[in-house]
Design a protein around this ligand. Structure first.
Ligand code: KIV
Ligand code: NA
Length: 264
């Protein structure tokens, strides 16, 4: 297939084709996911927990993100490569964010993802005016777990929902070319996705986002412990990892995942 580009992702939203995203941390999986039709490979800072066994994403460093971005870029041919900016690498200032985003772009990222609310707008503007594509991560932002008081659903009451919608629009107006929502009510995910021109990606945000993402090790059922409500085990009835990934892509494109049982 042709390499996935920013205009292509925008066009997918316009055409109503769902975007399939998965986390990916190494070259072998990058090759399998790319060949299975995954549109976007996310080097998530979830790698701290998934690969490193860390208790949260907070100990993840720029060096770790650079290394795994390089690994993924080496195994990938045509998927869009999105890399998380780790905790402490962008919150100080737009200049700090640019300096660190540039390292991830040099390592092979096509776009960087930052978690935040209204305070992040200046940084999104700073990066995008300097041609670093940005995905803004809203809703449950795991780097803020201590301030948020745990991993819980965000935007539940009318006031919080309105603020989330306002902030999503602010990110788009500041230049973000993609907005990702984690753990928000499905209705709110649908409403905000309709109101934005840039594609939205959901994780625990309902089927009406313009795309979906899951942590690879969650959907392959190799992450130990309790599975979150929004995860489906795609290894069920599948003979191989490649088949499971293809089943995920088909389910996202066919809007059969997430179902009501995965939605808040
Ligand atoms: O780090 C990650 O895996 C993520 C996804 C959960 C969206 O940010
Ligand atoms: Na992340």
């Amino acid at each position: 297939r042709k390499a996935v580009s920013l205009p292509h992702l925008l066009d997918m939203k316009k055409q109503g084709e769902k975007i399939a995203m998965l986390t990916c941390y190494d070259a072998c999986f990058a090759s399998v996911l790319d060949a299975s039709g995954v549109d976007v490979l996310l080097i998530g800072d979830s790698l701290g927990m998934v690969l490193g066994g860390m208790p949260s994403t907070l100990p993840v460093t720029m060096e770790m993100m650079e290394y795994h971005t390089r690994c993924v870029a080496a195994g990938n041919k045509s998927a869009w490569v999105l890399a998380d900016m780790p905790f402490g690498s962008y919150q100080e200032s737009p200049e700090q964010a640019y300096r660190n985003a540039a390292r991830l772009m040099a390592a092979g990222a096509n776009m960087v993802k930052l978690e935040g609310t209204a305070w992040l707008a200046d940084t999104v503007n700073y990066l995008t005016t300097r041609d670093i594509p940005v995905c803004a991560h809203l809703g449950l932002t795991p780097q803020s777990v201590s301030a948020l008081g745990g991993y819980r659903v965000q935007g539940k009451d009318a006031k919080a929902a309105k603020l989330l919608k306002t902030n999503a629009k602010l990110m788009q107006d500041s230049g973000a070319q993609m907005v990702l929502f984690e753990l928000i009510p499905g209705k709110l995910g649908a409403d905000i996705s309709k109101s934005l021109t840039v594609p939205t990606i959901g994780i625990g945000a309902g089927v009406d986002c313009d795309g979906q993402v899951l942590v690879l090790h969650d959907m392959l059922n190799v992450f130990p412990g309790k599975k979150p409500k929004f995860v489906r085990n795609f290894m069920d009835n599948q003979p191989s990892i490649q088949a499971a990934v293809q089943a995920y892509v088909s389910a996202v494109k066919g809007k059969t995942f997430p179902g009501p049982e995965h939605t808040f």
